[in-house]
Design a protein around this ligand. Structure first.
Ligand code: RAM
Length: 304
């Protein structure tokens, strides 16, 4: 059985953690070879090239973290026509391009959590906030931005002044963070729901000697944010366990490749994780976002 995982991009700490979990699942499942692949930069074009190679190799299943909900659909439909089981995970593909989507958490919870953390970080619990996202087409990022926008009325002391895109590239994210700091001298918080953006924004604030005045929160890896928690630019942030996400993606894809049926409303066993239940749209959210702060980041930094 050959199960392919297509990351948004190779070489990020987040995708390395997913790979680790995928390796654990393939070892546990037995007779499963994981092919972990993805483009070097997070684009849909790069993913289409990778997907075409996997189709030519006739892998048994593909789990993809999509850089765009629609651009991959024709290629993924072709994969499914050839008998390859296709799911998305982390960042969704539109329903016609996949059997189900394995979501790390509920989008609404991620949006609400990000705003709660922003409010907790903002001096006096109020002020201007800006979102630093990844690419403008990333399904997960856009869902979380929409969720933050709908949660804003519950946080009337926060004012969202801008949303900018760093494309999940460190240098571009850093430049976008610097530009925000210039454009809004009274900015209180940058919310970056991306593991690359959050690090870049923290670095920008520290380099500009704005620590203690402007804060960063969002989603990121404890191992990459421990230094910024210690430096004071980040007070708290959230994430799920990306190792468990990779483990679950490989387990679910293997389950389908072995002939199991699933779809909206179904509950599927996920080995050591338990199980996941898919809603009517075929999306299965795994867990609540977990909050990291000065008290627990060092401990989790040893894991991911
Ligand atoms: C980045 C990617 C990924 C997202 C994490 C939190 O690595 O955008 O898709 O889930 O951040």
């Amino acid at each position: 059985m050959r199960i392919a995982i297509v990351a948004k991009q190779l070489g990020s700490g987040y995708s390395d953690a997913i790979r680790k979990g995928g390796e654990q699942a393939s070892a546990e499942l037995g007779k499963v070879q994981m092919i972990f692949t993805g483009p070097s930069t997070p684009t849909a074009e790069g993913q289409i090239e990778v997907l075409n190679t996997l189709i030519a190799q006739q892998v048994n299943a593909i789990a993809v973290a999509a850089n765009d909900p629609d651009a991959l659909v024709p290629t993924l439909k072709r994969a499914m026509q050839r008998g390859i089981k296709v799911i998305s995970f982390d960042s969704a593909v539109s329903p016609e391009g996949r059997i189900v989507h394995l979501a790390p958490s509920s989008d609404a919870l991620v949006g609400e959590t990000c705003l709660q953390l922003a409010q907790a970080a903002a001096p006096g619990g109020k002020g201007k906030i800006a979102i630093l996202s990844a690419s403008a087409t990333a399904t997960n990022q856009n869902a979380w931005i929409a969720a933050m926008q709908s949660a804003l009325p519950r946080h009337p002391d926060l004012q969202l002044v801008a949303t900018v895109y760093g494309d999940d590239l460190s240098d571009k994210s850093y430049r976008e963070a610097l530009a925000l700091l210039k454009r809004f001298p009274d900015l209180a918080v940058i919310v970056a729901p991306t593991s690359i953006g959050i690090v870049a924004a923290a670095k920008a604030i520290e380099d500009e000697h704005l620590t203690g005045k402007v804060f960063v929160t969002g989603l990121g890896l404890p191992s990459e944010l421990l230094g910024h928690i210690n430096a004071g630019s980040v007070k708290s942030f959230a994430l799920w366990n990306p190792i468990d996400l990779g483990y679950s993606a490989v387990t679910l894809a293997t389950h389908l490749a072995r002939g199991a049926k699933t779809g909206p409303g179904a509950t599927v066993p996920l080995g050591r994780i338990g199980s996941v239940t898919f809603d009517q749209a075929g999306t299965g959210p795994m867990s609540k976002p977990f909050i990291f702060d000065g008290a627990n980041t060092a401990e989790f930094a040893k894991i991911f």
